[in-house]
Design a protein around this ligand. Structure first.
Ligand code: 5GP
Length: 111
């Protein structure tokens, strides 16, 4: 029993997976906010950045390298990596994830 991303890790629900290794998974967002919108998650259950501990440093750094990899493989040089922390910041799934968005001009701040 877990959240929707744990079910994707466990292959209980389908997703378009673009990268996987022993520590991380990357798959297309079901409701893309840009032509390229991939979510990168650790396989380890961490709710969000606010729930990280020092023990999570390596896995989170690894996830950022996976963000770099999936963006590079898509031919993107300009892209955004963002992680929403808490409902008030737009977090809806409480399993740490990095959104990788690209393929269109991205304005800042996002609003
Ligand atoms: P958050 O709002 O927590 O920052 O981001 C959660 C993201 O997960 C959203 O962009 C949403 O579209 C995506 N999402 C929610 N449920 C699913 C799902 O079942 N499959 C996939 N591929 N993405 C999902």
């Amino acid at each position: 029993m877990g959240n929707i991303f744990q079910k994707i890790i466990d292959r209980e629900i389908p997703a378009t997976i673009v990268y996987e290794d022993d520590q991380a998974l990357a798959f297309k967002d079901i409701n893309p906010g840009a032509p390229f919108h991939v979510l990168v998650i650790p396989k380890q259950a961490i709710a969000n950045v606010g729930a990280m501990t020092a023990a999570d440093e390596q896995i989170v750094g690894h996830c950022l390298l996976v963000c770099q990899k999936v963006a590079a493989e898509a031919g993107l040089t300009d892209y955004r990596v963002v992680s929403n922390n808490g409902e008030g910041a737009g977090q809806s799934v409480f399993h740490l994830h990095f959104h990788v968005l690209g393929g269109r001009p991205l304005k800042w701040p996002p609003g």
